[in-house]
Design a protein around this ligand. Structure first.
Ligand code: NAP
Length: 487
């Protein structure tokens, strides 16, 4: 049975719609509408923060900072652990909320709840493992003590494509490290972050430790926070263009920052690949989140001996996917987030065809309501096509071919981005050689998904700075202090 309208109403009504500042929900006269991308209908209105309210949120985070930093690590961890359990208990409601505001199919939204909640469990375990070092100076006498301390108040900016996981991936390590937070979700998907904040409060988080700001003016409201000397850390996930602007703004006060930016993942299928595994991997790497993922395979680079069969099998699988509203039973492909996304994908596909690519399936936006674009496979895509350089962020698989390993690797590395790459081969030596030569922060070998809370997620080149998750994740929220002790 599909989702009922009563369930939708209950889940939407349960979400607080105000700003969370210092433990109080504050409503504003002006509001920001939230649309369901599968219908274009407004499903909720949330508060629209002013620049003064942005600074008030930072005030609250600053006020709460010392007490939170001094809270026992075990207690910080247990609050995160309780929040993890509450997220799992409420998984169905949170998944539905995400599907309503973002469009992803319910099955994928459920997957994101498990993945997103896991960051709280992982960092609840990391909170009690923050350690320093003690050593004797090489020349003797002096002792060297290093300690880790919370960096201080954090400003977190998250995108719309993974509304829960991008929040927990930043809030989890902040809280574990002893940092307080102001979080600003994307205006298109604020509801999941508001529901997440309510869960944290229920889990026992003290007032002011996490503050939530929703706004229609992200730039105007963020700039004064970023230039406020009391802020100590900026963590951003979003496009490379906005990230670059934020890096410039952060330079003035030499802000510690983490930047999870855009991607242009190559998916390389070598001549000896297991084709079943490669097609399964391609389905995941391309179609997860309707292709709206920074880790989405953006360029399929397939050995010429396998290209025809790979393309045909991928087209069959993608062409058989069920398109529709994410809340309906069995739907596998939801809408894109907005009309601009449909226009961008349409432009890239038209450009590739203009450069000589052949269309196997899809290739035409669907009629509304909603912002639907069908799974699309293109073969013979030349490297001169725009989609070879730009993030597609939609369900389009462009396939190009190569003849020699060196050529395939060079094509894979021919991008300013460096988030993730996928490689399919059955040869261990080739797999390791390729993993070493790919210029990315992450590599998936014979698998089409790499995200894992226990692993360091992040990119090189224009894909960003810093890592989220793994034991590296908490380091981004800690400063190292060295104390020299003369005996
Ligand atoms: P975006 O336009 O860069 O927006 C990301 C966030 O930044 C949103 O909260 C947005 O708020 C805010 N923002 C926009 N302009 C701002 C400004 N001048 N000052 C402060 N904040 C500002 O990106 P998006 O379209 O939401 O997300 C898609 C991008 O995120 C893709 O490039 C994708 O690759 C990347 N991404 C990367 C990762 C990763 O881990 N590397 C993960 C997921 C997504 P408003 O929307 O309210 O303006």
């Amino acid at each position: 049975m599909g989702v009922t309208s009563e369930q939708v109403t209950r889940v939407l009504n349960a979400v607080p719609k105000g700003l969370l500042i210092g433990g109080t929900w504050i409503s504003t006269e002006k509001t920001v509408p939230v649309e369901d991308p599968s219908t274009g209908e407004v499903i909720a209105e949330v508060a629209d923060a002013s620049t003064a309210q942005g600074i008030a949120a930072l005030d609250a985070a600053v006020t709460a900072a010392a007490d939170w930093a001094a809270t026992d690590p075990r207690e910080r961890g247990e609050i995160l652990r309780r929040a993890f359990e509450l997220l799992i208990e409420r998984a169905e409601d949170i998944a539905l909320l995400m599907t309503l505001e973002m469009g992803k199919p319910l099955a994928e939204a459920r997957g994101e709840v498990s993945y997103g909640a896991e960051f709280f469990r992982w960092f609840s375990e990391e909170a009690v493992r923050i350690a320093g070092r003690y050593s004797v100076a090489p020349t003797g006498g002096t002792r060297l003590l290093t300690m880790k301390q919370p960096v201080g108040p954090v400003y977190a900016i998250t995108p719309w494509n993974f509304p829960l996981a991008m929040g927990t991936r930043k809030i989890g390590p902040s809280l574990a490290a002893g940092c307080t937070v102001v979080i600003k979700p994307a205006a298109q998907t604020p509801l999941t972050t508001l529901a997440l904040a309510a869960v944290l409060i229920e889990a026992g988080l003290p007032d002011g430790v996490v503050n939530v700001m929703t706004t229609s003016r992200s730039g105007d409201v963020s700039a004064p926070i970023i230039s406020d000397p009391r802020l100590r850390k900026l963590t951003f996930t979003g496009s490379t263009g906005v990230g670059q602007r934020l890096i410039e703004q952060s330079a003035k006060q030499v802000l510690k920052m983490s930047m999870e930016l855009g991607g242009n993942a190559p998916f390389v299928v070598f001549a000896d690949a297991d084709l079943d595994k490669a097609v399964d991997g391609a389905m995941l790497a391309k179609m997860r989140n309707i292709g709206e993922a920074c880790t989405a395979a953006n360029r399929f680079i397939v050995h010429e001996s396998l290209a025809a069969e790979f393309s045909q099998r991928l087209a069959e699988r993608m062409g058989a996917m069920i398109i529709g509203r994410g809340i309906e039973d069995g739907v596998q492909v939801g809408p894109l987030v907005d009309n601009a996304a449909v226009e961008k994908v349409t432009e890239l596909v038209t450009d590739a065809i203009g450069h000589g690519a052949q269309l196997l399936i899809g290739g035409q936006a669907l009629d509304g309501p909603g912002h639907f674009y069908p799974p699309t496979v293109l073969t013979g895509v030349p490297t001169s096509a725009k989609m070879f350089r730009e993030e597609i962020f939609g369900p389009v698989a462009p396939i190009s071919t190569f003849s020699f390993d060196d050529e395939g690797i060079a094509m894979a590395n021919d991008t300013e981005y460096g988030l993730v790459a996928y490689a399919f081969t059955q040869d261990l030596t080739r797999a390791l050689t390729v993993a070493e030569r790919l210029e990315t922060g992450m590599v998936g070998i014979n698998q089409g998904i790499v995200s894992n809370p226990a692993a360091p997620f992040g990119g090189v080149k224009a894909s960003g700075l810093g890592r989220e998750g793994g034991s590296e994740g908490i380091e981004e929220y800690l400063e190292t202090k060295y104390v020299g002790i003369k005996l």
